[in-house]
Design a protein around this ligand. Structure first.
Ligand code: FE2
Ligand code: FE2
Length: 252
C-alpha cells in the first residue's frame, strides 16, 4: 500500500480548453495518455492517489462526466482536492459530492481520509484548497520584487484565513478520531514568493504534519514560488502534473 500524489490534470474531454499554454507547451501534449500510462505502471489498486486540484475545465458536473470517468478508471483509491479551476465543486456542497461519488471518489475538504501505511500505521490525509497572494508584483531590472498590489494582498489575506479555518476543521476532525500523524494536501502553494511561512505552514507545524504536498504552479518560472524540500522538520513537495512530467510522486 503506497500513497501517490499529482495535481492539475486540467482535463477537457468534453469542455472548452481555457489555457493557451496547455495547447502549445509540449509538456501538455497527450498528457492524459502519458499520465494514465504512468499510473498503470506505478500504482496498484490497493494504493491511494491524491489528485491535488484543478481536475477539469468543465463548468459543472455535467461537463465533467468524461473527465471523472477518466479519473475513476485510474488505478488505486482516488482522493480529490479542490483547485481554483474546479467550478463543478461548490465549496458548501462537498458532502453532497461525497454522497454522489461514494465508494468511487473522495472529495477532501472539511473532512479527512484515514490512510493505513504498509506497516499498519494509521495517518490522516488532511487538506483544503488553500490560497496565497500571487501578485501583481513589480520587479526591478535584477528581477527583485520591489513592490506589489497592496489591495490585492489584503484581499488574499481574507481568503487565506477562510481556507485556514477549513484546514483546521480537517485537522480537528482527524484528531477527534484519534489520529496523531498527518499529511497535509493543498492545491495552492503554502507560501507566496514574499513569505517564508504562512497560516498553512504554521498549522502544519502546530499539528506535527509530516509532509505538505501542493500543486497549482505551472511552468518552470513558477516551480520555485514556494517551499521545496525540508523546512522545520516538514517535507514540502510540489506535485503539479507538468512539474512531475505526469509521473505521480510517491509520498509514502
Ligand atoms: Fe492548475
Ligand atoms: Fe490552480
Amino acid at each position: 500500500m503506497s500513497l501517490f500524489a499529482i495535481g492539475d490534470l486540467h482535463l477537457h474531454f468534453q469542455s472548452e480548453l481555457k489555457a493557451p499554454g496547455q495547447r502549445t507547451d509540449k509538456v501538455w501534449k497527450n498528457h492524459e495518455v502519458r499520465l494514465a500510462e504512468n499510473c498503470r505502471r506505478l500504482i496498484r489498486d490497493t494504493d491511494t492517489l491524491v489528485l491535488a486540484g484543478d481536475h477539469s475545465w468543465g463548468r459543472n458536473l455535467a461537463e465533467c462526466e468524461r473527465d471523472f470517468a477518466y479519473i475513476e478508471a485510474l488505478p488505486g483509491r482516488k482522493i480529490l482536492l479542490r483547485g481554483n479551476h474546479d467550478m463543478f465543486w461548490d465549496a458548501k456542497k462537498t458532502a453532497a459530492l461525497n454522497a454522489g461519488f461514494s465508494g468511487r471518489l473522495f472529495f477532501l475538504q472539511n473532512n479527512y481520509w484515514p490512510y493505513r501505511d504498509e506497516n499498519g500505521a494509521e495517518l490522516a490525509l488532511v487538506g483544503t484548497k488553500g490560497f496565497t497572494f500571487e501578485g501583481p508584483f513589480w520587479v526591478n531590472r535584477y528581477r527583485e520584487v520591489v513592490d506589489w498590489d497592496r489591495d490585492a494582498e489584503a484581499h488574499a489575506r481574507k481568503i487565506v484565513s477562510r481556507e485556514a479555518e477549513r484546514l483546521r476543521i480537517s485537522f480537528e476532525a482527524a484528531k477527534a478520531d484519534g489520529f496523531t500523524r498527518f499529511i497535509l494536501f493543498l492545491h495552492y502553494p503554502p507560501t507566496s514568493i514574499l513569505e517564508r511561512d504562512s497560516a498553512f505552514t504554521r498549522m502544519a507545524e502546530e499539528y506535527g504534519a509530516e509532509q505538505v504536498v501542493y500543486a497549482h504552479c505551472h511552468g518552470a518560472s513558477r516551480f520555485h514560488d514556494s517551499i521545496l524540500g525540508e523546512q522545520n522538520g516538514i517535507r514540502y513537495s510540489l506535485v503539479s502534473g507538468d512539474y512531475l512530467r505526469w509521473v505521480p510522486q510517491k509520498i509514502l
